[in-house]
Ligand binder design. Sequence first.
Ligand code: HAM
Length: 423
Amino acid sequence: MKLTSIKGMHDVGPPEIGLWHHVEKTARQVLEAAFFSELRTPVLEEEALFTRGLGNTTEVVEKEMYAFADRDEKRLALRPEGTASIVRSFIEHFATPGGSHRRFYYMGPMFRRERPQKGRYRQFHQIGAEVFESTHPYTDAELIHLADEIFRRLNIQGVKLQLNSLGCKSCRPIFKENLLQFLKPLAATLCADCQRRLEHNPLRVIDCKKEVCIAATQAAPSALDFLCGDCSVHFEGVQQGLKAFSTPYTINPRMVRGLDYYERTAFEFLSGELGAQNAVAGGGRYDDLVKELGGPAICGVGFAIGLERLVSLVSTSPINFKSPLKIYFAGLGEEARVRLLPIMLVLRREGFCVLSAFDAQTFKAMLRQADRLNADETVIVGEDELKQGVAQIKNMKTGEQKNVSLNTLVDYFKGSLLSSTQS
Ligand code: HAM
């Protein structure tokens, strides 16, 4: 039987992994400069965390979760997103009054049993950030700006921010009721999914991407017309904040997000280059989630970027990834190889990427391999060189060759690194 990876789950290896590292490093830099700490949580949690956290009737929980009974019958689930886990961990370790840890980021795999297609996978990765205990609308704006800043640093163009407010516990039910009254007479014209949604999640109907539903809900009431005074002021504040952070946005009153925990601010970043799965990031405010999951009344707001989608946008932008191999050690014979090994170790500790040829039997084979691996320089040492205490250094780009004393090899490469960073 041929063993392959599971449908919708992928290996990520060279050369693409270079892009992933670049993207992850950039996101860390942006978030750590804004005083975020990384928080790593397990991929496996109690199923109840997600059913209670994301909402029993959301598609993610109803249809897409990898949930199962453990050997002791305890119900577990692979996390379908990061926010609920971060909230669980925040309550467990950090939510004490006056605590200093309120800003967290995470990156890692998430699992949803969706129908796989381009940009939609069953194991995918998110980079997310969550902030607790700030009600100020500028915190929402700052988070949105940070997601945008990650795109900017990665040189990604054409990502557009859509913003909405979903109201709060006091004004949303009024909007929901009005929406329901509007939708009920149209029920027969909606898609099968939306006919079901009408019962328990009518907000999702106005977010449906099917033509029939878009047409039927053209004149649907907008959440923004029902915002209470406090929610209106907050929404205004987020917009002012976005202007202050120089982050352009468009208001989309039809955008409702697929998870139930949101209140007030909801946003998505969309790209025209991703095809049908065009959301590269999404997020919003969740003021009741900490309390609903058994913690104190502390509010939260955050975002998550889809890493696969982000990487696919970076790979179409003009960043040139150099091969990492700097020096290839071609020592012919046991004695030469043993003489070179300590030098290789020192160079590695100095930060050079160095590879030693163990298997190749001839200089010709070694040079061919150095060439194939895109090495910058090859260090050649055979019997003659050993006798003279030198190495031949071959620049693999120009073909230029010179002799350098084995005793000064480390200094030679350190010097050449210095001159290449200065030029
Ligand atoms: P979400 O919109 O479900 O939000 O996911 C965020 C991003 O993850 C999406 O915009 C998309 O780029 C990526 N994504 C989602 N599902 C898949 C999939 N099946 N395959 C590939 N990429 C996918 C959340 O998960 C919230 N936790 C975001 C958040 C953080 N809200 C507040 N804080």
